[in-house]
Design a protein. Structure first.
Length: 438
C-alpha cells in the first residue's frame, strides 16, 4: 500500500478513499452470531405451518410470534399452547384464555410439532430479520459477494487507471519542462484537456484514426439497434415497457412462492378457457382484502383504493358507497391484425406463463412487458418448441396423432416430421400466416 501511495502521491489524496474502499469491500463486519442451522430449520417450519396466519415480526391474523417465549414466561407453557391452544385453554390456563379473548376468539388450530421444532420456530421468529435486510449471520457472506460485481470493479479500475494516467502525464510534463529549461528553451505552452488530445492525435495519427473508427462503428451499431427496435418494448435489447398503474399491485407479494403464492389463474382465470387471460375485477381482491387492510410496503394507502373502487367502508365492514371500476393500464398490446390465444398456449401447449411473461412472480413488483412480442419471437418458439404428440392426456394431440397414424396420407406426413426426429409447433401449422393473421 505504501509503495502505491507514493506512486499516487500527486493525485490529490486518492489513497485515503482507496484505503477506505478496500476496507469496505473486504467486508469484514462484526455481527451477532445466529445459529444458522436452527434458524433455517425454524424458517422452513414457520413457513409451512404458521405463515398463513402469522408473521414473525408483525401482527396478521395472529399476533407477531417474535418475543412469544418471553411473553409466556411464568404465565404458562408456550409449547402447550402451540400444540393445542384450545385444549390448553380448557385445562384452565388463564394466560391462554386471555390471549384467545384478546384476539376475537379466533381459533388457532393445533400444530403437530415436537418441542424441539417449536423451539426452532420461536428461535427463527426471535432472530428474524426482514427479507430486504439480510439475516444477521449472512451479512459477511453477502458483503463478500460484492467484489464479483463486475461493473463496480470495472469502474474502480477505470478510475484508478485514469488517475495514474493523469499523474504520469503530469510527471512527463514536468520532466520535459525540466529538460527544456536545462537546454534553455522556453517551457511548452500549457494546454487544456482538449488541446492535449489534439496534440496527441497530431503526433499519433495511426492510433487516432483507430479510435475514431471504433467510435464511428459503435455509433452505427447503436443507430442500427435503435432503428430495429422502434415500437418494440420487450426482449433483451430495449427497456421493458412498464406503465404505471392506478394501484401499486405487487405480483411478487401476491404470486411469489415465498410470499402468498397465489396461483396466477386464481386472478387470471380465463387463461385456460379463452383467448384472453383477463384482469381480475376488484371483487376478487375483496375475497381477501375485506380482512387485510394493510400491506407491508404501502400501509393502508393502496388497499384503500380497492375499497374506494368497490364502495367498501372498512370501519363499518360493509358495502356503502357507489362502485368505480379500477382502470388498469394495459401492458401487453399486439397489433389488431394478429390473433393470439391464451388457452391454445396454456391449456393445449401446456406452457408456463413465465415462458412468455418472464419472472412475474419473483421479480415484478410492477408488471413489465418481458418479451418483444414481435413476429420473429412467435416464430422462434414455434420453430423450436417440441410438441409431445404421445404420452400425454392431451386430447387435441391424441386426435392429431390418430389422424397421422391411421391414414396413409398422415403416415407420409409423420415420416417427414420424424426425419428431423421431432415434431415442433411449426409442423402443426404454427408457421401458417392465416393462423396468426386475420
Ligand atoms: C389458522 C391460523 C393460525 C395458524 C396456522 C397458527 N396460528 Fe398461532 N395464533 C393464531 C391466532 C388467531 C392467535 C391468537 C390467539 C387466538 O385467537 O387463539 C394465535 C396465537 C399464537 C401465539 C400466542 C401469541 C402470543 O403473543 O403469545 C403463538 C406463540 C402462536 N400463535 C404461535 C404459532 C406457531 C408457532 C404456529 C405454527 C407452528 C402457529 N401459531 C400457527 C392463528 C394461527
Ligand atoms: C391477486 C391477483 C393476481 C395474481 C395472483 C396474479 N395477477 Fe397478474 N395481474 C393482476 C392485476 C390486478 C393486474 C393488472 C395490474 C397490473 O398490471 O399490475 C395483473 C396484470 C398482469 C399482467 C399484465 C397484463 C397486461 O396489462 O398486459 C401479466 C402478464 C400478469 N398479470 C401475469 C401474471 C402471472 C404470470 C401471474 C402468476 C405468476 C399472475 N399474473 C398472478 C392480478 C393478479
Ligand atoms: C388470496 C388473498 C389476496 C387476494 C385475492 C388479493 N390480495 Fe392483496 N394482499 C393480500 C395479503 C395477505 C396482503 C398483505 C401481505 C402482508 O402483509 O405481507 C396483501 C397486500 C396487498 C397490498 C399492499 C402491498 C404492500 O406492499 O403494501 C395491495 C396494494 C394489494 N394487496 C392489492 C391487491 C389487489 C389490487 C388485489 C386484486 C387484484 C389483491 N390485492 C388481491 C392478499 C390478497
Ligand atoms: C405463448 C406466450 C404466452 C403465454 C404462455 C402466456 N401469455 Fe399472457 N400474453 C401473451 C401475449 C402475446 C399477450 C398480448 C395479447 C394481446 O395483446 O392480444 C398476453 C397478454 C396477457 C395479459 C393481458 C390481458 C389479456 O388477456 O390480453 C395477461 C393478464 C396475461 N397475458 C396473463 C397470462 C397468464 C396468467 C398466463 C399463464 C396462465 C399467460 N399469460 C401465458 C403471451 C403469453
Ligand atoms: C414460448 C413458446 C411460444 C411462443 C413465444 C408463442 N407460441 Fe404459439 N404456440 C406454442 C405452442 C407450444 C403451441 C402448440 C399448441 C398447439 O399445438 O396448438 C402454439 C400454437 C399456436 C397457434 C396454433 C397453431 C396450430 O396448431 O394451429 C397459434 C395461432 C399461435 N401459437 C400463435 C402465436 C402467436 C401469435 C405468438 C406471438 C404473439 C405465439 N404463438 C408465440 C408456443 C409458443
Ligand atoms: C406465430 C404467429 C405468426 C405467424 C405464423 C405469422 N405472423 Fe406475421 N406477425 C405476427 C405478429 C405477432 C406480428 C406483429 C409484430 C409487431 O407488432 O412487431 C406480425 C406482423 C406481421 C406484419 C406486419 C409487419 C410488422 O412487422 O408489423 C406482416 C406484413 C406479417 N406479419 C406478415 C406475415 C406473413 C406473410 C406470414 C406468413 C408467411 C406471417 N406474417 C405469419 C405473428 C405471426
Amino acid at each position: 500500500m505504501s509503495f502505491a501511495c507514493r506512486l499516487f502521491k500527486r493525485s490529490i489524496g486518492l489513497c485515503a478513499p482507496l484505503a477506505i474502499l478496500v476496507f469496505l469491500l473486504s467486508g469484514v463486519s462484526a455481527s451477532a452470531q445466529v445459529d444458522q442451522a436452527v434458524y433455517d430449520n425454524g424458517e422452513k417450519l414457520f413457513k409451512a405451518n404458521c405463515g398463513s396466519c402469522h408473521k414473525p415480526d408483525k401482527d396478521m391474523t395472529g399476533p407477531a410470534v417474535k418475543g412469544a417465549k418471553e411473553r409466556w414466561d411464568g404465565k404458562g407453557d408456550v409449547h402447550e399452547w402451540i400444540k393445542d391452544s384450545q385444549g390448553y385453554i380448557k385445562s384452565g390456563n388463564a394466560h391462554a384464555k386471555q390471549i384467545f379473548e384478546e384476539h376475537n376468539k379466533i381459533v388457532m388450530p393445533p400444530q403437530a410439532l415436537s418441542n424441539e421444532e417449536i423451539d426452532a420456530v420461536l428461535y427463527y421468529a426471535d432472530n428474524f430479520a426482514p427479507a430486504g435486510g439480510k439475516k444477521v449471520a449472512e451479512a459477511p457472506a453477502a458483503a463478500a459477494e460484492q467484489p464479483s460485481n463486475t461493473w463496480e470493479w470495472l469502474l474502480v479500475t477505470a478510475l484508478v487507471l485514469l488517475v495514474v494516467l493523469l499523474s504520469l502525464g503530469g510527471v512527463s510534463r514536468q520532466l520535459s519542462d525540466a529538460v527544456r529549461e536545462k537546454e534553455g528553451l522556453p517551457a511548452e505552452p500549457r494546454l487544456g484537456t482538449w488541446g492535449r488530445i489534439k496534440r496527441w492525435a497530431g503526433r499519433n495519427k495511426g492510433w487516432a484514426s483507430v479510435v475514431v473508427l471504433l467510435f464511428v462503428v459503435w455509433a452505427l451499431v447503436l443507430l442500427w439497434n435503435f432503428m430495429f427496435n422502434i415500437g418494440v418494448y420487450g426482449g433483451d435489447k430495449v427497456a421493458h415497457y412498464k406503465p404505471s398503474q392506478p394501484i401499486a399491485f405487487d405480483h411478487t407479494l401476491h404470486a411469489g412462492k415465498d410470499n402468498l403464492a397465489i396461483n396466477c389463474q386464481y386472478c387470471h382465470s380465463s387463461a385456460e378457457k379463452s383467448r384472453h387471460a383477463g384482469i381480475p375485477s376488484a371483487n376478487v381482491c375483496m375475497n381477501c382484502h375485506q380482512a387485510v387492510s394493510e400491506g407491508p410496503k404501502t400501509g393502508t394507502a393502496e388497499i384503500a383504493k380497492i375499497y374506494e373502487a368497490v364502495g367498501w367502508d372498512p370501519e363499518a365492514m360493509k358495502y356503502t358507497g357507489p362502485q368505480k371500476p379500477i382502470v388498469w393500464n394495459k401492458v401487453h398490446n399486439l397489433p389488431d391484425h394478429v390473433y393470439f390465444n391464451h388457452s391454445q398456449h396454456v391449456k393445449v401447449g401446456k406452457l408456463e406463463c413465465q415462458e412468455c411473461h418472464g419472472p412475474v412472480d419473483t421479480k415484478m413488483d410492477q408488471v413489465e412487458q418481458w418479451s418483444p412480442l414481435t413476429m420473429v419471437w412467435c416464430l422462434d418458439c414455434h420453430n423450436t418448441k417440441e410438441v409431445a404428440l404421445t404420452g400425454t392426456d392431451n386430447g387435441y394431440y391424441q386426435e392429431i396423432h390418430r389422424r397421422l397414424t391411421e391414414t396413409p396420407m398422415g403416415q407420409r406426413e409423420l415420416r417427414k416430421y420424424l426425419e428431423d426426429e421431432k415434431v415442433t409447433v411449426r409442423e402443426l401449422g404454427g408457421f401458417e400466416c392465416a393462423k396468426c393473421h386475420y
